[in-house]
Write a protein that binds this ligand. Structure first.
Ligand SMILES: Nc1nc2c(ncn2[C@@H]2O[C@H](COP(=O)(O)OP(=O)(O)O)[C@@H](O)[C@H]2O)c(=O)[nH]1
Ligand SMILES: [Mg+2]
Length: 362
């Protein structure tokens, strides 16, 4: 697995539901592209820092020369409309964009505003949501049909071919019955064709774009119709964007008034991290304090590889202390004196918030 530094989140949804507005809101604290070599200049892709107060504190404590936050990349995927998988709108191009994301944020319009046109005349969260999902399913059906071809042409034995075709056919049945694929579908097919990416197997959450006219009932009704493992994040994009123009003091005051307890960015980061099973660990010293994102199940050895493959190859041990113990002690030296500084081996499952120093040999 390549270095996990955060994740790439694609915004999909019907036209005029607020995708670009959300993209602009989330990326208003966008980091300069030149600091991130993997960052493209595409206006629809932006890299955003994951705010983390713990990192701020560590950086101050160690007077670090630089501070590097974890990042999330957002992609504003325009052009998905009913019929897209058949080439309507921008057609299949944008489906490729979705294939390259780690998670899909499905934006659904709940705000009521007669001035903003809806492509089907009137917003209907349930049918908007299912229209877009149908396009994802149709795209997966097309992918599977081309896979069937590849299986037939492959050099596998007839017995193997039949096993693979059966798996594809089970998946097609699900999709043709308007169901998403499960994570466990197509396991064998993927062993043979590791490059295939199914859209309906991507982790998905919903961003409900609400305004003051949205009724709580409508949201509850929508949630009731969802498969229960889909998280719904409510965001009032317009109000939050307006609040960004204010001073911090005014902002805090108005957030209270509008009952906004947490920023859209913060809610989306939390949802994404939990959907993708990510945890954060830190490295911190005079030179740099840095936050790293890793899969929750990663042990010390795997986490060291996120920083550098050389560290993983020459891994000796992880010296680590929990964030709270580090802050309570006040420094690396003091946490050693307090006996909270631990020596851990390769298999140690890194805990959320651990501050780690990796010892290695090259
Ligand atoms: N009243 C209202 N208008 C919104 C809201 N979000 C987006 N809009 C407006 O809806 C239109 C389409 O928004 P946009 O972000 O471009 O939608 P996209 O097509 O999904 O990217 C724009 O005129 C926005 O200003 C909202 O929460 N409330
Ligand atoms: Mg747009």
């Amino acid at each position: 697995m390549a270095a996990v530094m955060g994740f790439k989140c694609g915004l999909v949804g019907m036209p005029n539901v607020g995708k670009s507005s959300i993209f602009n809101l989330l990326t208003s604290q966008k980091i300069d592209a030149k600091n991130f070599p993997f960052c493209t200049i595409d206006p629809n892709i932006a890299t955003v820092e994951v705010p983390d107060e713990r990192l701020d504190k560590l950086s101050i404590l160690n007077s670090s020369k630089s501070k590097v936050n974890a990042v999330i990349e957002f992609v504003d995927i325009a052009g998905l409309i009913k019929g897209a998988s058949k080439g309507e709108g921008l057609g299949n191009d944008f489906l490729t964009h979705i294939k390259n994301t780690d998670a899909i944020a499905h934006v659904v319009r709940f705000f009521i505003d007669d001035d903003i046109i809806h492509v089907n005349g009137k917003p209907n969260p349930d049918s908007d949501f299912s229209d877009i999902n149908s396009e994802l399913m149709l795209s997966d059906i097309a992918t599977l049909e081309s896979i069937l071809n590849r299986i037939t042409k492959s050099k596998n034995s007839d017995k193997e071919k039949n096993i693979l075709k059966q798996e594809v056919s089970n998946a097609l049945d699900k999709l043709n019955n308007s169901n998403f694929l499960d994570k466990t579908d197509l396991e064998k097919v993927k062993e043979f064709f590791p490059d295939i990416k199914m859209l309906t197997q991507k982790p998905m959450f919903v961003i409900a774009n609400v305004n003051e006219n949205t009724s709580e009932k409508e949201i509850e009704k929508f949630k009731g119709n969802l498969p229960n493992d889909i998280t719904v994040v409510e965001v009032d994009v317009k109000t939050e964007t307006d609040l960004n123009e204010l001073s911090n003091e005014e902002k805090t005051e108005f957030m209270k008034e509008f009952n906004i307890t947490e920023s859209a960015l913060s809610k989306i980061i939390k949802t994404g991290y939990s959907l993708l099973d990510l945890k954060t660990f830190f490295t911190s010293g005079e030179k740099e304090s840095r936050a790293w994102a890793a899969k929750k199940y990663f042990n010390a050895h795997e986490c060291s590889g996120i920083i550098h493959t050389d560290i993983q190859k020459g891994f000796i041990r992880a010296e680590t202390v929990s964030y709270d113990d580090y802050i309570k002690s006040g420094s690396e030296q003091a946490s050693k004196a307090n006996g909270v500084w631990r020596q851990e081996g390769k298999d140690y499952i890194v805990t959320e918030g651990d501050v780690i120093y990796f010892r290695f040999n090259v």
